[in-house]
Design a binder for this molecule. Sequence first.
Ligand SMILES: Nc1ncnc2c1ncn2[C@@H]1O[C@H](COP(=O)(O)OP(=O)(O)OP(=O)(O)O)[C@@H](O)[C@H]1O
Ligand SMILES: [Mg+2]
Length: 217
Amino acid sequence: MALIITLAHQKGGVGKSTLATNLRGYFAGGGYKTALVDIDPQGSLSKLVRTFSDQDGREPEHVIERGSYKTYKDLLTLLEPYDIAVIDTPPYLSKELQDVFEITNVILVPCKASPLDFLAIGDTLDLIRQAKTKRKDLIAAVVMTMVITGTDFTTQIRTELEKTEFPVLIAEIGNRVAYMRSLLKSNTVLGDENPKAREEIESLGKELISLLKNTYE
Ligand SMILES: Nc1ncnc2c1ncn2[C@@H]1O[C@H](COP(=O)(O)OP(=O)(O)OP(=O)(O)O)[C@@H](O)[C@H]1O
Ligand SMILES: [Mg+2]
């Protein structure tokens, strides 16, 4: 049965889809059979893979689109052959998101390192708190994204986030052109000419694996 990592944040444009495709690439590269599940009606990742899948050098991506299952029980059946599934979700809170949390092992909440984006995180954390009352083993963690180097408010935002009960991962994702550029190449920054983004995704992937191992092994 696949371990499920779900990217969630009610705010748009915080990097959910970008992290989802990068993490899929990281886990697949590490030898885990990995699926990418796109439950966002915008279908950003499904479209991305359909548009560019015939480019040279692209490895086949295992994308499960929204129309390919009816219930989340059906989705679990589709995920049986996989080791890991990364689920990308839309930018709003819904009953559907609650259903997804019920089958999730780790909820990863990307928090854009800007004051207004930080203030928008509360409702998502509340929904996770509700889900945790039903599922004691559900892990949730925050990752800081689009961090601009040299800004002092990143540390302040981290300090504020650390006041919640949710761990804030050590890995931070920088605000880098490489993340945009990668979507026209292999959908990940892992082969990018700038190694910094690759190192960030590797650190994040490693932290997620150790969270999963600590809880589910
Ligand atoms: N670390 C980053 N550095 C720079 N740009 C980024 C980074 N992550 C994402 N982006 C860019 O920011 C925009 C929003 O990213 P993305 O689509 O991944 O967010 P999202 O949370 O999935 O948005 P939505 O909620 O609308 O689906 C995209 O143009 C993407 O290329
Ligand atoms: Mg998205």
